[in-house]
Ligand binder design. Structure first.
Ligand SMILES: [Zn+2]
Length: 147
């Protein structure tokens, strides 16, 4: 899933679950579930992209994730503690942050994260690979608002 998708999921978790002993394992699990759902992300067409493009697209994705998460908090979950939400976003993206050093720079110490994600990552190209994420996140936000 995109970093933005993971960020929004992390934000909802932060908004709903104040206890880190619960929210951290839930956020880590959410990453796996979100990546099982067929999705597009900046690495989907890796072979057709230059390294620079891949890096810039991924960077934009991360920034967009923080901006949209902030807007989600302000509009729907204003009582959420911002530093806590930031922390939960990072936890929700944890496997991608730990994959990045190997994925971008071939740093072997991080290969475990890359190999781990390979086990559950399902790709689906645009436009459907983006639609699945929008639907999933929208449903999650609606449920979080209702209950
Ligand atoms: Zn992932």
């Amino acid at each position: 899933m995109t970093a933005t998708g993971h960020a929004l999921i992390g934000t909802v978790i932060a908004a709903k679950i104040g206890n880190p002993a619960l929210s951290i394992p839930i956020a880590l699990t959410s990453h796996v579930i979100a990546d099982i759902i067929p999705h597009w992300d900046t690495a989907t067409n890796r072979k057709k992209k230059t390294f620079k493009k891949l890096f810039i697209h991924s960077f934009i994705d991360v920034i967009l994730g923080f901006i949209l998460s902030y807007l989600l908090i302000v509009s729907f979950f204003p009582k959420t503690n911002l530093p806590y939400a930031f922390f939960m976003i990072i936890v929700s993206q944890f496997f991608d942050w730990t994959t990045a050093p190997y994925y971008f720079f071939k740093i072997k110490a991080f290969k475990w994260a890359y190999s781990l994600q390979k086990l559950f990552d399902n790709n689906l190209d645009l436009p459907w690979g983006l639609a699945t994420q929008i639907v999933f996140v929208a449903l999650l936000v609606i449920l979080a608002k209702k209950f």
